[in-house]
Ligand binder design. Structure first.
Ligand code: PLP
Length: 393
């Protein structure tokens, strides 16, 4: 008989009942150091007092009114995002996949309104992940995600990550946009070199193509800048955001320039829950804390410490790991053993990590993880590596 929860997930045999900072606790009191942060969602750890206060304050005042009316917390968050980024305007969603839906619609509508309705093609890259909606799976295009779900939304051209010649050749007068993650998350923590992001921007400018960045996983302070593209000194036309922006409350957004958003007039898009008062009250508080130079410089310092510990770990366990990669606190351990074996060994040692493609284990801790917990993380990861090595001997 089918499980009462649709069996689309393979879950670890762990059940957490409470969380605080970088720690999660099971009912029997067993504590785990959380280096996954709900897959880059709990940007400020679990039960951050300022977020709990923002959520409970809003919960006591008003939960939901719909977008038929003004929502002050939504306005506050939109103004903060516009103030701190390239964007002129923001649409709020509940998830990253919904942000992908709108990014695709926005890019196509832009060209439609410019009397070039044939310009609908969106170029994407291998290893990418843009969500599980019909547009999201068509955008990523991998067989794993699309098999059995056809007919797929047409209009995506999939290229090899890093194949510059193929990119030049693929651009045509049908190209509406290029969509890319500055650091691939699900694809195995693969950063796009700054020079490539700059090159993409130049290519887009040369052909009038819109640049869509998917910063759902790598944005909101994760790489040590508010958004990852800032490292390359370029700005997108459209950007997808989710995960960390809600700090654990479902929230996503599409940020855009006035020009890129010009087709999205009244009635062209909407969402019942998107920009809900509860989500935006939390999001506004997350923004207030994360979009701060002192906070981001601490993220960079912690990232340096974490990276140093991980380099030591790789050197100490050459049979288990190949290398460390990533940016800021979006780090990956490329494994020689099966990444899932290492993740499971971590459970036995009280540490949570997340597998990714390319046999990588992801480390996406809370951005405010205490230095002491970084030290404990190194010890626990070391113990897990020894455990895997013994099991494989
Ligand atoms: C880069 C990227 N885009 C989009 C998504 C989809 O976001 P969501 O799961 O919130 O729909 C994810 C989720 O992992 C992601 O990592």
């Amino acid at each position: 008989m089918i499980a009462s929860i649709l069996p689309t997930y393979s879950r670890a045999p762990l059940t957490f009942v409470s969380g605080e900072g970088s720690w999660l606790t099971e009912a029997d009191g067993r504590r785990f150091l959380d280096l996954g942060a709900g897959i880059a969602v709990n940007a400020l750890g679990h039960a951050h007092p300022a977020l709990v206060a923002a959520l409970s304050g809003q919960a006591n005042a008003l939960w939901h009114v719909s977008n038929l009316y003004n929502i002050p917390a939504q306005q506050q968050l939109a103004d903060a995002l516009v103030d701190k980024t390239f964007a002129d305007t923001v649409f709020f969603t509940n998830s990253g996949t919904e942000a992908c839906e709108l990014a695709v619609k926005m890019a196509r509508k832009y060209w439609y309104d410019k009397d070039q309705p044939e310009r609908t093609e969106i170029i994407t890259f291998s290893g990418s992940f843009h969500g599980r909606s019909s547009a999201g799976i068509a955008a990523a295009g991998s067989e794993k995600m699309t098999k059995g779900f056809g007919p797929l939304l047409p209009g995506f051209t999939h290229l090899e990550f890093g194949d510059h010649d193929a990119l030049q050749a693929a651009v045509s007068d049908k190209t509406a946009a290029i969509m890319v993650e500055p650091v691939q998350g699900e694809g195995g923590i693969r950063p796009l070199p700054d020079a490539c992001l700059k090159g993409l921007r130049d290519l887009c400018d040369a052909h009038g193509i819109l640049m869509i960045l998917d910063e759902v996983q790598c944005g909101m302070g994760r790489t040590g800048k508010l958004f990852a593209h800032e490292w390359a000194g370029v700005t997108p036309d459209i950007m997808m955001v989710a995960k960390g922006i809600g700090g654990g409350f479902p929230l996503g957004a599409v940020l855009a320039t006035q020009t890129a958003a010009s087709g999205m007039t009244a009635g062209t898009h909407g969402s019942t829950y998107g920009g809900n008062p509860l989500a935006c009250a939390v999001g506004a508080k997350v923004m207030e804390i994360v979009a701060d130079d002192a906070f981001l410089s601490e993220v960079n310092r912690k990232a340096g410490l974490m990276r140093q510990k991980l380099e030591g770990l790789v050197a100490a366990h050459p049979d288990v790991f190949e290398a460390v990669r990533g940016s800021g606190l979006m780090l990956g351990l490329k494994c020689k053993v099966a990444n899932s074996d290492f993740v499971t060994a971590g459970f036995a040692k009280g540490v949570l990590t997340v597998p990714a493609a390319d046999n990588v284990v992801r480390l996406l801790p809370a951005l405010n993880i205490p230095d002491e917990d970084i030290g404990l993380a190194a010890d626990k990861l070391d113990a897990a590596a020894s455990h895997v090595k013994e099991a494989n001997a």
